[in-house]
Design a protein around this ligand. Structure first.
Ligand code: ATP
Ligand code: MG
Length: 308
C-alpha cells in the first residue's frame, strides 16, 4: 500500500510541477463544498468521489468526503472500511462529528452516512446545535468537502443539491443515463439556479465520445433552461476500475498508471484549478447543514402532502 501511495504521489507531483495548484503553498480561500450526483444509479459517482478526493489530497489539499447516500453505505464498502459510528449516531447524540470521521487511504477523511441523514432530520433542536458546533470546528480543518449524494431526485438528494454552490452531475454515455442526467440538471436549474453545474462522463469510450455527450447536454440546457453547464472531464471505461472495486481499493492507488487514474487526475486538476471566486461557499459547513435541514424538511413535507 505504501508503495502504491508513493507512486501516486509521484504521479501527482509530476503534474503538480507543471500546474500551479499543486504548489507547497496552497492558496488561502474559502473552502469549497461540492455535491456529486447523478440521475441514474450505478454510473460511478462513489468511485469518482473517492479517487478524485485522493488525487486532490495527494496534492496537499485537505479533503473531507461526506457519504450522504442513504441507500447503501457505499463509500466505506468501496474502501473496505468498517465504520463503527455514522451520522446516525451523531444525530442521536451518542458521538460528535469529530468522532465518526474515518481516515481513508491517500489521506482522505470520510464522514460515513449510514442512515444518518434521515435521522438528522428528526434530531431535536439541542442535538442540532451540538452538531452545528462540531461542524464549525471541522470546517477549519478542510479545504474541500465532497458530498456523495446518491442517485435520483429523492427529498434527501434534493436537500443537498439545493444547498450547495457547486454540483458535479455524473453520467455515462448510455442514453438512459444521459436523459436522467438532464432531468437532474433541469431540477437544479429550477431549484438552485445560482449553482455551478459541472458534467463528468464516466465509462466513456474516449475524450471525443465524452465531449460529445457533455456538449449535447450543454446545448439542450442552454436552449431550454437558459443555463450554462461546464464539462469537467471524463473517465474512460477501464477494467482496472472493476478490478480495484472487487479488491475494495481505490483504483488510483491500486493502478496509478491506468487510463482511469490518468483521467481522474485530470478531473481533479481541473476541479482544483477552476476559479471559484464567485461560487465558493463562504457560509461554511454549519450554514450548509442548516440549509440542508431546512430544505429536507420542506421536501419531506411537500412529499407527504403530495402522497396525502
Ligand atoms: N470508469 C469505469 N470503468 C469501468 N467500470 C466502472 C467505471 N466506473 C464505475 N464502474 C463500475 O460501475 C460500478 C458502479 O460504480 P459506483 O459504485 O461508483 O457507482 P455509483 O454511481 O456510486 O452507484 P450508486 O448509484 O449505486 O451509488 C463499479 O462497481 C464498477 O464496476
Ligand atoms: Mg454510490
Amino acid at each position: 500500500m505504501i508503495d502504491q501511495a508513493q507512486s501516486l504521489r509521484k504521479v501527482v507531483e509530476d503534474y503538480g510541477r507543471q500546474h500551479s495548484y499543486m504548489t507547497d503553498e496552497l492558496p488561502v480561500r474559502p473552502q469549497r463544498v461540492i455535491a456529486v450526483t447523478s440521475g441514474k444509479g450505478g454510473v460511478g459517482k462513489s468511485n469518482l468521489v473517492i479517487n478524485m478526493s485522493i488525487a486532490l489530497a495527494s496534492g496537499g489539499t485537505r479533503v473531507l468526503i461526506v457519504d450522504a447516500d442513504l441507500g447503501l453505505g457505499n463509500i466505506d464498502l468501496l474502501l473496505g472500511i468498517t465504520a463503527r459510528y455514522t451520522l446516525e449516531h451523531v444525530a442521536t447524540g451518542e458521538v460528535s462529528l469529530q468522532d465518526i470521521q474515518v481516515t481513508g487511504p491517500g489521506g482522505i477523511r470520510i464522514i460515513p452516512g449510514g442512515s444518518g441523514a434521515q435521522c438528522l432530520l428528526r434530531a431535536s433542536e439541542e442535538e442540532r446545535i451540538a452538531l452545528m458546533e462540531s461542524l464549525e470546528t471541522l470546517q477549519y480543518q478542510t479545504d474541500f468537502i465532497i458530498i456523495d449524494t446518491g442517485a435520483g431526485l429523492s427529498p434527501n438528494v434534493l436537500a443537498f443539491l439545493t444547498s450547495v454552490q457547486e454540483i458535479i452531475v455524473v453520467t455515462t454515455p448510455e442514453p438512459t443515463a444521459v436523459a436522467d442526467a438532464y432531468a437532474t440538471v433541469k431540477m437544479i436549474a429550477y431549484e438552485n439556479p445560482g449553482a455551478s453545474i459541472m458534467l463528468v462522463v464516466n465509462m466513456a469510450k474516449d475524450r471525443k465520445n465524452a465531449g460529445d455527450i457533455a456538449e449535447n447536454i450543454s446545448i439542450v440546457a442552454k436552449k431550454f433552461l437558459a443555463i450554462d453547464t461546464s464539462f469537467l472531464g471524463f473517465v474512460p471505461r477501464d477494467p482496472m476500475v472493476v478490478k480495484a472495486v472487487t479488491s475494495q481499493q481505490p483504483f488510483l492507488l491500486a493502478y496509478p498508471y491506468s487510463n482511469a487514474s490518468k483521467a481522474i487526475i485530470r478531473v481533479a486538476e481541473k476541479l482544483a484549478g477552476c476559479d471559484q471566486q464567485a461560487s465558493s461557499d463562504t457560509r461554511g459547513l454549519a450554514g450548509l447543514f442548516a440549509r440542508i435541514f431546512h430544505r429536507a424538511k420542506h421536501e419531506l413535507k411537500k412529499g407527504s402532502n403530495e402522497i396525502g
